[in-house]
Ligand binder design. Structure first.
Ligand code: PBG
Length: 318
């Protein structure tokens, strides 16, 4: 028997999704005869320590993963479950994304007091979100709303809504669903209304490159469709040199046809990407279809750059 130590942030969401992944992996171990047990080790990250500051002002990529990666390289832990959208595009040498499990709901959703949908919120209603991507697209849909920053874990954001600090907040549907709180959702925002963050709803399972036996288990847990679509989205973000602090969204879908649905010739990835100004005055969108996720990501980014995306992003990086 080998005990796999799984590092996790201590937020309710991180611990819940880590526990759900461990349940899945235990099932796979039983089915395929892997001699593993799992144990969770909690790790406090920089992103957890600075909850009082708007994340876009803190800057720096990978705020939630650095300490976890350090612990993995030092063999204090063996693997970690990350929200894909918090995962930097480049992993440190010696670590690898061993599996991208099947994606959950990629959409954003509105949670409002009184159950008012986006179109029914009164003019001047206060909507909490610290994501420039969400505020840009919300302001474009409803320029009359007052969008205010909100930080904290999803449980504390929901409390701030209840206490009356906000009339509504916007959260990722996947996080709420993993917590079992989907009944709190007032309305789901379609990708047409609010393009999700790159990788939203997906997880990444990080481990050491050399950990062959763990990687064999993780390869059974990988979902090809999610891995391909998220790869296209992440390539798109990489070309635009994004990160979560810029108003960039992207969502890719996969269509497979024919019996041999795994073959490259019979699959097509469609990616829609957006770059907006923080106030929502300009929202640029482009779509692209192809078989190679890298090409689709790069081509969509190239088309947005041709439309002026680089200028918007350069001003923000200031
Ligand atoms: N930015 C924080 C974050 N990182 C991952 C999720 C949960 C959703 C997911 O796994 O994509 C959330 C909360 C949110 O954005 O509402």
């Amino acid at each position: 028997m080998r005990t796999i130590i799984v590092g996790s942030r201590q937020s309710a969401l991180a611990l819940t999704q880590t526990g759900q992944v461990i349940d899945d992996l235990q099932r796979l171990c039983a089915e395929h005869g892997f001699p593993f047990t799992f144990e969770v080790k909690k790790i406090v990250t920089k992103g957890d320590r600075i909850l009082d500051v708007t994340l876009s002002k803190v800057g720096g990529k990978g705020l939630f993963v650095k300490e976890i990666e350090q612990a993995m390289l030092e063999r204090e832990i063996d693997m970690a479950v990350h929200s894909m959208k918090d995962m930097p595009s480049e992993l440190p040498e010696g670590l690898i994304n061993g599996a991208v499990p099947r994606r959950a709901d990629p959409r954003d959703c509105l949670i409002s007091r009184g159950g008012l949908k986006l179109a029914d919120l009164p003019s001047g209603a206060r909507v909490g979100t610290s994501s420039l991507r969400r505020s840009s697209q919300l302001a474009a849909l409803r320029p009359d709303l007052v969008i205010e920053p909100v930080r904290g874990n999803i449980d504390s954001r929901l409390r701030k809504l209840e206490s009356g600090e906000y009339d509504a907040i916007v959260l990722a549907a996947a996080g709420l669903a993993r917590m079992g709180w989907q009944d709190r959702v007032t309305a789901y925002l379609t990708p047409g209304e609010c393009l999700p963050a790159v990788g939203q709803g997906a997880l990444g399972i990080e481990c050491r490159v050399e950990d062959d036996e763990l990687r064999r288990l993780l390869s059974l847990y990988n979902d090809e469709e999610t891995a391909l679509t998220v790869a296209a989205e992440r390539r798109f973000l990489g070309v635009l040199n994004g990160g979560c602090q810029v108003p960039i969204g992207a969502f890719a879908t996969l269509e497979s046809s024919g019996e041999d649905s795994g073959a490259e010739a019979s699959r097509s990835i469609t990616l829609t990407g957006m770059v907006g100004t923080p106030g929502g005055a300009v929202i640029l969108k482009e779509s692209c279809t192809g078989t190679d996720p890298v090409q689709v990501g790069e081509e969509t980014a190239r088309r947005l750059i041709a439309k002026g995306a680089e200028k918007i992003l350069a001003e923000l990086r200031g």
